[in-house]
Design a protein around this ligand. Structure first.
Ligand code: ADP
Ligand code: MG
Length: 342
């Protein structure tokens, strides 16, 4: 607890206690059976399902690095903060148990109070959609003019069943859920005209501003034992596939002609469309591998899946990730996922 206590009595401004109370009253709509005790005590008390293991992930959302107040609405910033954590749970096939939000606002001005409302609206709408209780957090005054947020997600999965990035085998097919490059394409148009999507909401299709974490796809891959390994596409296909290959000690080959290019990226010229899909990042789709004998449906957990390549044995002189271009030529694909707001 550390906030601007002198400003608590001013109208329309927020001290720490008011912030927590505002969050608590709005978060109560997200509470579930798994949370025995939520916001209000020193700790939350969670009740994981019997026979399950606990999975934990934490992600920063820092103004200037992960979002910009002049590009992202507060609702988009809130949605994206939670979506990043949920996508990590999705990648391991886990079910969310609870979320914890640490938040630092620069000061208690009415501008920040309004921003907080929008942020909570975006975050809690997504929480409600996926049944994720907000069970606690921390609130402080930011040491700078930037808003800082950190989300912790606690999930569970049946013991021994969480999907990992380290268990792909040579011969496995590589799949992606959904489509790729949409987030990068939308970010580019946002950079060109920042106010364009000011009033858009999660109800519209906005791959960058309001991404959909693939929780049910991940849970299905795990519960039906369909995938040998899985990772979420946060940094970009070229970078995340390299992570999966390094962890699994294998190589991979990706077929450019098979990549499911998002409609927004298809509007770019073909080179930029391909590069958005390969390196754009933040699509929050799942990249997973499937043993040769496993029969796959066309969609999983309500989302289409596409085979985009295969896992190969490591061999001297073979790049870790190879791209087969539209003419059938093979070349090494170095990791070029980028940091968006660098
Ligand atoms: P303490 O000082 O004991 O750590 P706090 O005063 O920081 O407690 O928090 C009081 C309660 O409010 C705790 O249950 C905490 O989890 C919750 N809380 C504080 N900040 C947030 C936040 N940003 N989001 C959700 N819950 C919060
Ligand atoms: Mg305490």
């Amino acid at each position: 607890m550390a906030y601007d206590s002198t400003s608590r009595s001013k109208k329309n401004t927020l001290g720490e206690l008011q912030i927590i109370e505002r969050i608590r009253s709005r978060a109560s709509t997200t509470l579930s059976k798994s949370v025995r005790l939520g916001i209000g005590d020193d700790c939350a008390i969670l009740r994981p399902p019997a026979g399950h293991e606990i999975l934990v992930t934490t992600d920063f959302s820092l103004e200037g690095r992960h979002f910009r107040r002049d590009w992202h609405s507060a609702a988009s910033a809130g949605h994206r903060t939670l979506a990043r954590g949920l996508s990590d749970l999705a990648a391991m096939g886990a079910k969310p148990l609870a979320a914890f939000l640490s938040l630092a606002l620069p000061d208690s001005s009415s501008e920040n109070a309004a921003w907080l409302d929008g942020f909570l609206e975006g975050l809690l709408a997504l929480a409600q959609r996926y049944g994720v209780p907000l069970a606690g957090g921390d609130t402080s005054k930011s040491p700078s003019n930037e808003i800082l947020a950190d989300i912790v997600l606690i999930g569970s999965s049946p013991a021994g069943r969480a999907l990992r990035r380290s268990s792909a085998r040579a011969g496995d097919r590589i799949y992606s859920t959904g489509s790729l490059g949409g987030a990068a394409a939308e970010l580019a148009s946002l950079a060109a005209s920042p106010t364009k999507y000011r009033n858009s909401t999660a109800a519209d299709n906005h791959p960058h501003l309001f991404p959909n974490p693939r929780l049910s796809a991940g849970q299905t891959l795990s519960s039906r034992r369909l995938a040998t390994s899985c990772i979420d596409l946060s940094d970009g296909l070229s970078t995340d596939l390299m992570h999966l290959c390094s962890s699994s000690n294998v190589s991979a080959e990706i077929d450019a002609a098979r990549l499911p290019i998002h409609p927004l990226a298809q509007r770019l010229d073909p080179n930029n469309a391909l590069s958005a899909a390969l390196h754009g990042g933040e699509d929050y789709e799942l990249l997973f591998t499937v043993a040769p004998a496993t029969k796959m449906p066309r969609s999983i957990g309500g989302v289409a899946i596409t085979q985009i390549g295969q896992i190969l044995r490591n061999r001297k002189g073979r790049p870790q990730v190879t791209l087969i271009d539209h003419e059938g030529h093979r070349s090494g694909l170095p990791p070029q996922g980028w940091e968006h707001l660098r």
